[in-house]
Design a protein around this ligand. Structure first.
Ligand code: HXC
Length: 519
């Protein structure tokens, strides 16, 4: 055998050894839990044959606790670059079969390296998390590794999209990397995220709780809002990631590829008649997602955080091929009121769209903020302020359509002209007022109603009088607060035109280091 061939076969042996991860027993255990090994996850997610792995031959530098000289293949994490639907991505996947995917200093250094590549080469970063957290045997070196990752997550924020995929445990401080990224994907029964695990909770608080109820995929999709996308299997999760990447640009100065066939953009489905979706009676609910689908290309809408704070709907669609971020009150849930969680959800989505130059379209129909001690004590002032801040700060093209109710603080918060919406349109049945006609009449005509011979009849008459005078779009139109009252059938045309004329929009704020949002 020639020297070259010997060297090449040594390389093949070394490569095979490193690629076997924690070995057949650990891999079998991983599969038994319904989880794929790290490299299989990468090859399922990326375009076939596109993955180039780096730092395969990294060795851990832990000492003591039986780790001296122990072979931890690639130190429990796989890093590299590849493509998804032809677009370059940087990726890392923790390998639970190697020391539980625990994060030691070299493991952290590999992740930091691929993060640096992603930022320098300006491509999305995908992190697959499956780890027992900081490698206990490596002490402060593991903690330092997390610090390096969190710092990079923060610096890269708003420059490249960062995606976290939770495909196993993500315990302790490890959860803060996903929390600093833009989108978190979870899979039913597989994902587990928590700061303190069941054992710590039992010893400190004496409470018994299983991992699933503490921080499973449903908990983070429905209750905490930490997760943005929920899937029933790893392969469904990978499909969701591919779809998301189709909607968002590779970095903050890139354009999203416009898709169109033979120079024609597919319009919404003809069966979705926008004028028939919204009942004229302002107390009747409807699904605002149908309104969104009635204006998007092929009636497609990719919803974000579907299972959390469902009284507001956020997500991506396309209009004439261009990605648009939609924010809409959802009358199906809590009449579409704003509250702490819905304000948080919308504010964060708006900031993502603004950072990545994705225009915003807002559909408004809400009775205002959710009243009550619970909301006040939960900090609805602080949380609600995030929405005002996010809309005011956003400089991407911003279009608002008032469908029905736009009452009080809700009117201002939902991308009003006063927060610098570029275009505000209202449907003819829109009601723009300080509060609903019932409440308003009861307050301003209280004396007249009480003193009249037939208070109920007077109350009704006063409600009607208020409606005629104020609960319509024409007072706001007469002041120029809305640009036009439009026929619902023309909604898409108005949006298309507004986005077209806003293409070169340029807004510069005053010079400052950064603002101080009400975090
Ligand atoms: C070193 C670890 C480890 C860790 C797991 N392992 N977690 N090794 N450091 N943090 C090892 C185990 O010893 C075992 O090695 C292998 O990984 C598989 O673990 P098992 O326990 O057998 O697996 P399983 O039963 O599936 O349980 C998984 C688990 C559990 C739930 C994740 O291992 C666990 O609770 N680990 C600790 C989780 C935790 O509290 N982490 C927080 C650390 S503090 P062998 O050799 O037997 O196969 C932290 C702070 C960071 O992260 C702060 C940053 C700011």
């Amino acid at each position: 055998m020639s020297l070259l061939n010997r060297k090449i076969s040594e390389l093949a042996e070394r490569r095979a050894r490193a690629e076997q991860g924690g070995g057949p027993t650990a891999i079998a255990k991983q599969r038994a839990m319904g989880k794929l090994p790290a490299r299989e996850r990468i090859s399922q997610l990326l375009d076939e044959g596109s993955f180039f792995e780096y730092d395969l031959f990294i060795e851990h530098d832990a000492r003591g606790f039986g780790l001296d000289g122990k072979d931890l293949a690639g130190d429990g994490v796989v890093i590299g670059t590849g493509t998804i639907n032809g677009k370059a991505v940087a990726i890392y996947a923790q390998d639970f079969t190697v020391a539980g995917g625990s994060l030691g200093s070299m493991h952290a250094r590999k992740i930091a390296k691929i993060m640096d590549y992603a930022l320098k080469m300006r491509m999305p970063l995908i992190g697959i998390n499956d780890s027992g957290g900081a490698r206990i045997q490596e002490g402060v070196n593991s903690l330092a590794g997390y610090g390096e990752i969190f710092y990079r997550n923060t610096i890269a924020s708003g420059v490249i999209p960062q995606i976290s995929v939770i495909l196993g445990p993500c315990a302790g401080g490890a959860v803060y990397s996903p929390a600093l990224t833009d989108f978190v994907f979870v899979v039913d029964k597989i994902s587990k995220m928590f700061i303190t695990g069941p054992e710590v909770i039992k010893s400190v608080l004496g409470e018994e709780i299983d991992m699933e109820s503490l921080g499973g995929a449903r908990v983070h999709s429905e209750i905490t809002g930490n997760a943005h996308f929920f899937a029933l299997s790893e392969s469904e999760c990978f499909d969701q990631i591919k779809t998301l990447l189709d909607y968002i640009p590779a970095h903050n100065e890139a354009k999203v590829a416009v898709c169109c066939k033979d120079g024609k953009y597919p319009g919404p489905k003809k069966s979705l008649k926008i004028e028939r979706i919204v009942p004229v009676d302002p107390t009747k609910p409807y699904d605002v997602r149908d309104v969104i689908k009635a204006v998007t290309d092929e009636s497609k809408f990719f919803e974000v955080q579907q299972m959390w704070a469902a009284n507001i709907v956020v997500g991506f669609g396309r209009i004439n091929g261009n990605t648009v971020g939609f924010v809409a009150n959802q009358p199906l849930v809590l009449a579409g009121v704003l509250d702490c969680d819905s304000a948080d959800k919308a504010a964060r989505f708006i900031r993502f769209c603004d950072a990545f130059n994705i225009p915003l379209v807002t559909f408004e129909d809400l009775p205002g903020y959710l009243p009550g001690v619970d909301q006040e004590h939960a900090g609805v002032i602080r949380h609600g302020a995030k929405l005002l801040y996010a809309y005011s700060e956003a400089t991407v093209p911003k279009v608002t359509i008032i469908l029905r109710k736009a009452y009080g603080g809700g009117y201002i918060a939902m991308n009003s002209r006063h927060l610098r919406a570029d275009f505000v349109f209202a449907w003819p049945m829109a009601e723009i007022a300080v509060m609903g006609p019932e409440g308003a009449a009861n307050i301003i005509f209280k004396k007249e109603i009480m003193e009249s011979e037939n208070p109920e009849a007077t109350r009704k008459a006063k409600v009607e009088e208020y409606k005629q005078k104020f609960a319509n779009p024409y007072v706001a139109a007469s002041k120029g607060y809305i640009d036009s009252v439009i026929d619902p059938k023309d909604t898409r045309n108005y949006i298309v035109n507004a986005l077209e004329v806003s293409k070169e929009k340029s807004v510069k704020g005053p010079s400052k280091k950064h603002g101080i949002p009400p975090f």
